[in-house]
Design a protein around this ligand. Structure first.
Ligand code: HEM
Length: 428
């Protein structure tokens, strides 16, 4: 009822009911009832300027349409105009952000095609298959650490801090060629920067985002300079080799944006997949049993986690020209919000849409990795990491159980856990 009241109040103000409601902490904790209220027969809810869709077919149509492009917003967009003016006066800010142009995520073709091609081979299904064994070794090493620490202590640990976050940052650091020894620092920078995905930040959060992006930016610039002098056998060194400041190759800004995006996307999202997966399996012992009996179900289980607990809850596009979507007129410049997490529970696509079922035949039809030209570059890597991480964890510790309430991240776009206390139980 609180949600309804908020939605009505927001509508009365003439605002977008969705954007307003998501500021409410309880709704952020469990947004799915809210999404269902947006699920009317109409393709979109919301006003003329900003439309929201929770429908699978509408989301897919927009994401695949050349009439829509990336929003390419600026981190300052959500701030009150007076603060934006202050910032402009305050002088230069971190030059490149992982989701600002020229990051591939923020640009349209032809630039998008060029940037994506530079790194796509490194994340192909084939390349990822080559990383599986190493990922399993990393997972086993982290589980050894957990076991040792738990035995020395009271048998408890934090699954997010000590496992779910460490695995992806270690893997992407090795692929890119950044020092794994710095992973705790990277996680801290990433955590502080992650609210930058959400619009309408308060001043204090905004400052924290800027500070961590600035530090990350400075560190990466230094690292790229080192690689230029002394290249290694890694992805960043290969990209550094393409640097060409006279304009024909890759510029330093382009290189930095690509590196920061791939690095950040590589560890800020998969941690949520692993945490959300553990949480779903704690809540569904029957599904956990099915996986123990038939481990070949793990890949499907990972897609089912992505479907019901999508780590990236939403994305958006801006119309590049006047067009129509599902019969609705959209004007050039209009913003369209696509709630991927709600499309993944569309009853017209998924039977019993809210039920977590690891044997579901069409689990892979979700749009948790988006669709169209920006379809997640790291989808194969994320799926592999999710499978390896969850299977290794639940097979090593068959009695793994929550040891107190977990705490969710406060972000709107990213859905995951900041902390998850568990007891390991006996190890197998
Ligand atoms: C793009 C989700 C893991 C790299 C995207 C998009 C989504 C997404 C929804 C598209 C956003 C849009 O269309 O506006 C996820 C999820 C992950 C995950 C749920 C984990 C469970 C990864 C990993 C990498 C990665 C491990 C590492 C390489 C990227 C890149 C893009 C992207 C580079 C931009 C692609 C483009 O603009 O063409 N991801 N991602 N992601 N993702 Fe992921």
């Amino acid at each position: 009822h609180g949600v309804m009241r908020l939605a009505i109040r927001a509508r009365a103000r003439g605002g977008n009911p969705d954007a307003q409601v998501l500021r409410d902490a309880a709704v952020r904790e469990d947004p799915f009832a809210h999404y269902e209220r947006l699920r009317t027969a109409a393709p979109f809810v919301g006003g003329a300027f900003s439309k929201v869709s929770v429908h699978h077919d509408v989301c897919t149509e927009v994401l695949r349409s050349a009439d829509f492009g990336q929003i390419a917003g600026s981190r300052t967009e959500g701030l009150p105009p007076v603060l934006q003016r202050v910032l402009r006066l305050a002088g230069p800010r971190p030059s490149v952000g992982p989701i600002d142009p020229p990051s591939m995520l923020a640009v349209d073709p032809p630039e998008h095609t060029r940037y994506r091609r530079l790194v796509s081979r490194a994340f192909s299904a084939r390349a990822v298959a080559g990383l599986r064994e190493r990922t399993r070794a990393i997972a086993d090493g982290l589980l050894d650490d957990l076991e040792r620490e738990a035995a020395a202590g009271d048998g408890r640990t934090d699954l997010v801090a000590r496992y779910a976050s460490l695995l992806p940052v270690t893997v992407i650091s090795e692929v890119l060629g950044v020092p794994v020894a710095m992973r705790e620092q990277f996680l801290a920078w990433g955590d502080a920067a992650s609210p930058s995905l959400d619009m309408g930040l308060d001043w204090r959060t905004f400052r924290a985002v800027e500070r961590s992006l600035g530090e990350l930016d400075t560190w990466f610039r230094g690292h790229l300079r080192r690689l230029r002098r002394d290249p290694g056998d890694d992805l960043l060194s290969a990209l550094v080799g393409m640097l060409d400041d006279d304009g024909s190759g890759l510029t330093e800004q382009e290189l930095l944006a690509t590196a920061l995006l791939v690095f950040g996307a590589g560890f800020e999202t998969t941690v949520n997949l692993i945490g959300n997966g553990a949480e779903r399996l704690f809540a569904h012992p029957d599904q956990r049993r099915l996986l123990a009996e038939d481990p070949s179900l793990w890949p499907n289980a990972v897609d089912e986690v992505l479907r019901v607990e999508s780590p990236v809850q939403r994305t958006g596009r801006r119309a590049r020209r006047d067009t129509t979507v599902a019969g609705v007129q959209v004007r050039e410049g209009d913003l369209v919000i696509l709630v991927l997490a709600a499309a993944n529970r569309d009853p017209r696509v998924f039977d019993r849409p809210h039920e977590f079922d690891v044997t579901r035949a069409d689990a892979r039809d979700h749009v948790a990795f988006s669709s169209g030209i920006h379809f997640c570059l790291g989808a194969a890597l994320a799926r592999m990491e999710g499978e390896v991480a969850l299977q290794a964890l639940f097979e090593r510790f068959p009695d793994l159980a929550p040891a107190g309430p977990s705490r969710r991240r406060r972000t709107i776009i990213l859905r995951g856990h900041a902390s998850m206390p568990v007891t390991l139980g006996r190890a197998v």
